[in-house]
Design a protein around this ligand. Structure first.
Ligand SMILES: [Zn+2]
Length: 84
């Protein structure tokens, strides 16, 4: 899995459509990619804090905010590296 694929998966996670924690490819990538680890931890914490452990749907505005934060952190961590 590439960093970009992981980011796409994380966007779906924010939307509540998947749980990347159960995906082996996701976990495997995180094991070897520190920038992705940092971004994923951060987003998970934000979602967990919001839900306080309950499986609530996130409001659209909050999801959009998270998507933006996700992209920003991603760019901070990955810089202008090219992941072809
Ligand atoms: Zn990565």
């Amino acid at each position: 899995m590439k960093c970009e694929e992981l980011l796409a998966m994380l966007n779906e996670y924010v939307d509540g459509s998947i749980d990347p924690a159960v995906c082996d490819a996701f976990k495997e990538h995180l094991t070897g990619c520190n920038p992705c680890q940092v971004v994923v931890d951060n987003i998970r914490q934000t979602i967990t804090l919001y839900r306080e452990g309950k499986p609530y749907e996130l409001p659209v505005a909050f999801r959009e905010h998270l998507h933006a934060a996700l992209r920003r952190r991603w760019q901070e961590k990955h810089g202008h590296e090219n992941h072809n």
